[in-house]
Ligand binder design. Structure first.
Ligand code: XMP
Length: 529
């Protein structure tokens, strides 16, 4: 499949040069929180290519190396001479010091973690309006001991005599610490001061402007052709679809495969609420019987995933053929397929151009390569929280915009054992109670997601009323996480757990035990299968 052009969100982006730390994406997000558009570029990109993007400013990120280490990523001094405002952080700061003729030394006084810093000029461009004592997040072994000529030193710590410098004339700035992390108390203010005061940017990048720009671009790309979208009910595909619908209206057809593995109320949310709110033209394929048939007798998790992926492709391809066929009869062939790829996938697969290498795991089985469509990925420059803002701007229902992650194979991988219609009903009922009580307790934002898992092949003895029961346990798996790569179990208050447990065992007849999963990831994954 080909990919249509990358969307364009600003003529003059702020470039975040990634020196190999895990911080570049976070910096890019923080810049955008200041309403300035930013893009991450690898430090291996030639300076000429960076400057050809006509950046409004350049930020040099932290990185794991010492500036002296062999093979340490280097900073081309051309970036500092181009008249573009530059802000270096941590490794980026030291690389600037070195490139401008200052001294970076291995002093033996490394600083790691929260560190007190003294600001010597609270009227300066970076520190205007802030206290002279602040807590900053450090992570350095080497330190700058002499500032480059012409640079004003504006902060120090006990391990870093030159902890910040500023040169308003050349518009070059730097701090030894990480202003992008929350632990640097005034970090966001320092960053905003650089962007708004140092670089003179206006901070007018908003969800409203993003929607306008993307709508125009989708219109231009699509022309009078037809577009297809596989709608899953998740945030990304829903917002992508709403955006394309806003741009080209009924030229878009969405296909929603109801595989019967969604949670209570979710299919209705897509079929009714989403359609009513966005006006999307939706084809619903009721494939519940087909999926159940294909899953009959299967307990192995990997096999279940494969079957669900395969059936999804079969059903979607058939529906796509029907849509394509009828569009062709109308003389408007379907040329495009919408995909809700996000910026982290793009950055992690090596940059802003080319096809994002989406983890197949995170797609319902992935779509086959031989579908002859050109992909449109209108969200490929946006982070998840921005996609949510864009969704709200487009009127996507809040229940979808704020939906927690839910796996493509759905409840199929939350039933340990064979998936049957009856077991799905049991799990849906228990899951609905857990979700309701967690929301009522105001825990939705604190919890990344809370799978409820039915141990369908396990039974235990219980007693209810006067009778002995022999029912199934369900597992509650509330986790807190930043990105699902690692996670910890959420310390849900006992009263909330008690309420969930009581309600599930009272209201779902087949369940006589509720247990809590207290395993972090690693070693446990978030899902049980
Ligand atoms: P694990 O279980 O690997 O899950 O810790 C990490 C995150 O990915 C979600 N997940 C999936 N999402 N298709 C998806 O779209 C899948 O096959 C799949 N498996 C896991 C999981 O819910 C969690 O957010």
């Amino acid at each position: 499949m080909r990919v249509s052009e990358t969307p364009h969100l600003s003529d003059r982006p702020v470039l975040v040069v990634d020196f190999g730390a895990q911080y570049a994406q976070l910096i890019a997000r923080r810049v955008r929180e200041a309403h300035v558009f930013s893009e991450v570029v690898p430090s291996t990109m030639p300076a000429s290519e960076m400057l050809a993007k006509e950046p409004a400013a350049i930020i040099l990120s932290g990185g794991p190396s010492s500036v002296y280490a062999e093979g340490a990523p280097s900073l081309d001094p051309a970036l500092l001479d181009a008249g573009v405002p530059v802000f270096g952080m941590c490794y980026g700061f030291q690389a600037m010091v070195q490139a401008l003729g200052g001294t970076v030394e291995h002093t033996g006084l490394g600083e790691y973690g929260s560190t007190p810093a003294q600001i010597s000029d609270t009227d300066s461009t970076l520190f205007n309006g802030q206290p002279s004592d602040q807590s900053v997040w450090m992570s350095h072994g080497d330190a700058a001991t002499a500032a480059p000529e012409g640079m004003r030193v504006t902060a120090a710590t006990s391990g870093a005599p030159v902890a910040a410098f500023e040169d308003d004339e050349r518009r070059l700035y730097g701090v030894q610490w990480h202003p992008e992390v929350m632990h640097s108390t005034f970090g966001q203010r320092v960053l905003e001061n650089f962007l708004l005061r140092g670089a003179g940017l206006s901070g007018d990048w908003t969800a409203h402007n993003v929607v306008e720009a993307l709508v125009e671009q989708v219109k231009e790309t699509v022309g009078d052709k037809r577009v297809l979208c596989a709608l899953s009910g998740g945030v990304d595909s829903s917002v992508a679809a709403a955006l394309v619908q806003r741009a080209v209206g009924d030229q878009l057809t969405c296909v929603f495969v109801d595989h019967g593995l969604l949670r209570s109320g979710e299919a209705e949310q897509v079929e009714k609420e989403f359609v009513a709110a966005t006006g999307v033209d939706l084809v619903v394929v009721d494939a519940r019987e087909q999926f159940l048939g294909a899953l009959a007798g299967v307990s192995d998790p990997e096999e279940k995933r494969k079957i669900i992926g395969r059936e999804f492709i079969r059903v979607f391809e058939q529906a796509a053929r029907d849509v394509v066929g009828s569009a062709e009869r109308d003389g408007h062939p379907v040329e495009f397929l919408v995909q809700g790829t996000l910026y982290p996938d793009v950055v992690e697969s090596g940059g802003g151009t080319g096809t994002a290498n989406i983890k197949s795991h995170h797609n319902v089985g992935g779509l086959p390569d031989d579908l002859q469509f050109t992909l449109i990925e209108p969200l490929r420059l946006l982070f998840k929280d921005e996609v949510r803002q864009v969704g709200l701007e487009l009127g996507v229902p809040e229940g979808i915009v704020w939906r927690q992650p839910f796996p493509g194979p759905g409840l199929g991988i939350r039933i340990v054992g064979e998936v049957t219609a009856e077991r799905l009903e049991i799990l849906r009922a228990a899951d609905q109670i857990a979700r309701h009580e967690l929301s009522a307790a105001g825990l939705d934002r604190e919890i990344w997601q809370c799978p409820v898992v039915l141990l369908a092949d396990v039974r235990s003895v219980g007693v209810q009323g006067d009778g002995r029961t022999y029912g199934h346990p369900v597992v509650l798996r509330p986790v807190s996480s930043e990105d699902a790569m690692t996670a910890d179990w959420t310390r849900v208050p006992y009263e909330v757990l008690a309420k969930i447990s009581t309600r599930i065992t009272n209201e779902v007849r087949e369940v006589n035990r509720v247990v809590l999963d207290v395993t972090s990831k690693p070693p446990g994954t978030i899902e049980w299968e």
